[in-house]
Design a protein around this ligand. Structure first.
Ligand SMILES: [Zn+2]
Length: 136
């Protein structure tokens, strides 16, 4: 009996449990935030929406609502009125991911946002869970 071996086995098991989640996290695209005079630009909103399987206008609407500023999509970029620090914009993005992208059951970002009558449901393609989300 070797407690060292047991310890190594335990580490290995723990690593297997932890790793997939870290990998999933790494798949989440980063925002490219640019501050311009009286404007804040998210240069890659289009790519982000595509990667996350979301309608760009849904993502844009969330940013506008949370930051309480008007905005418009221009190609892949979302141009928001007013200057907001990248930190604030990233915090909004984190909330979007939490509410509308990440499966609360398994943590996957491979999810679909579907409308069922008057409610929106987050459907996970990894574990099959359906989670109602609040409408935007
Ligand atoms: Zn899931």
């Amino acid at each position: 009996m070797s407690s060292e071996k047991e310890y190594m086995d335990l580490l290995e098991r723990a690593y297997k449990v932890v790793t997939p989640k870290a990998q999933r996290r790494a798949e989440i695209p980063k925002l490219e935030v640019q501050n311009l005079p009286r404007r804040t630009v998210i240069a890659n909103l289009g790519q982000i929406a595509k990667r996350l399987n979301r309608d760009p206008s849904h993502v844009a609407k969330f940013f506008q609502k949370e930051l309480a500023v008007p905005g418009m999509l221009d190609g892949d970029a979302l141009i928001l009125s007013g200057e907001r620090s990248p930190k604030v914009v990233e915090a909004v993005y984190e909330r979007y991911l939490k509410y509308y992208v990440i499966c609360p059951v398994c943590g996957s970002i491979d999810t679909l946002l579907q409308r069922e009558g008057r409610i929106y449901v987050l459907k996970c393609t990894a574990c099959g869970a359906s989670t109602p989300v609040k409408p935007l």
